[in-house]
Design a protein around this ligand. Structure first.
Ligand SMILES: NC(=O)c1ccc[n+]([C@@H]2O[C@H](COP(=O)([O-])OP(=O)(O)OC[C@H]3O[C@@H](n4cnc5c(N)ncnc54)[C@H](OP(=O)(O)O)[C@@H]3O)[C@@H](O)[C@H]2O)c1
Length: 258
């Protein structure tokens, strides 16, 4: 996620005025990034905290405490520390650092500078901090501001979304292949994704959501029948996805000590 954000920000049409610095535990990954982005400045965690007033902490939750230890000596009230995970709470983080805090939940869709970034103000963040983050993120995504208590459900859509959609489409292509194996699997994947891409563009023509259903589903027809089959399983499936992700987040949260 960290390297994805670096790539998205450094490749954005609207250039950043400030330097972008990055640090990583395994330096070889950083070297790879530096080869492609000459303007990227690389350093150790502590050096970054000394050079940059806005810091994105893009480690896994389990590595958060260690990364914080490394930057803590340089953190001041002037810093804005941004988490990108739901597993560490903003209150928990604010109690462990002297700086202002916020959350941004990115999405892999930002790799192509699309999709939505969730923006969550922290206990000490200021209006200027949030405006600054919004300005930064709008270069690579649409920005949607929420509170931390809304974050699990919203993350399940915008951030887990690329994974959920990829799995949904893979299953769809797979069952079409099973029904008609004389069309190659790769072609089925092309047909599915090209359809998804086209449908995603329909709102631009003023046709969205329910209107799409009205246009394509004739009562008694085959799309109608397929939708009936989906209605029998999808609500339970999405309910289970929401329930299980929330449960998993709770388990991971309880294990975090900063
Ligand atoms: N994946 C997603 O779609 C997504 C979406 C939104 C939010 N997130 C959140 O983003 C965070 C990172 O996820 P990810 O998928 O990007 O994980 P990842 O691929 O494992 O990347 C984490 C990176 O952090 C580095 N790291 C660990 N400890 C460090 C330290 N002390 N100092 C410097 N670098 C350190 C790791 O270095 P090494 O190279 O040595 O392992 C690794 O490159 C998670 O909290 C996740 O919840 C992920």
């Amino acid at each position: 996620m960290g390297s994805m954000l670096v790539r998205a920000l450094l490749g954005a049409d609207r250039r950043l005025e400030e330097d972008v610095w990055a640090s990583n535990r395994s330096p070889e990954k950083l070297e790879d990034l530096s080869i492609h982005y000459h303007q990227l400045r690389a350093g150790e965690n502590l050096e970054l905290a000394r050079e940059c007033l806005t810091l994105f902490l893009c480690v896994r939750p389990v590595d958060t405490a260690e990364a914080l230890e490394e930057i803590r000596p340089a953190l001041t009230a002037e810093h804005l520390l941004v988490l990108i995970t739901n597993v560490v709470g903003l209150e928990q983080l604010a109690a462990a650092v002297p700086c202002r805090t916020a959350k941004v939940i990115p999405s892999f869709a930002q790799f192509v500078r699309r999709g939505v970034s969730l923006l969550i103000p922290g206990p000490r963040s200021t209006k200027d901090d949030i405006a600054r983050l919004r300005d930064l993120l709008e270069r690579v995504s649409r920005v949607y501001e929420i509170s931390e208590s809304q974050s699990r459900a919203a993350t399940n859509v915008v951030s887990c979304g690329p994974g959920f959609l990829a799995r949904f489409c893979a299953g769809w292509a797979e069952s079409a292949y099973e029904m008609q194996p004389d069309i190659p699997k790769g072609d089925w994947e092309f047909l599915v994704w090209e359809t998804v891409r086209a449908v995603a563009e329909l709102p631009r023509a003023g046709i969205a959501g329910k209107e799409i259903l009205e246009e394509v589903s004739t009562p008694g027809g085959m799309t109608y029948e397929g939708l009936q089959a989906m209605d029998e399983v999808l609500p339970a499936m999405w309910g289970e996805v929401m329930r299980r992700t929330a449960e998993r987040e709770k388990v991971l949260r309880e294990a975090i000590r900063l």
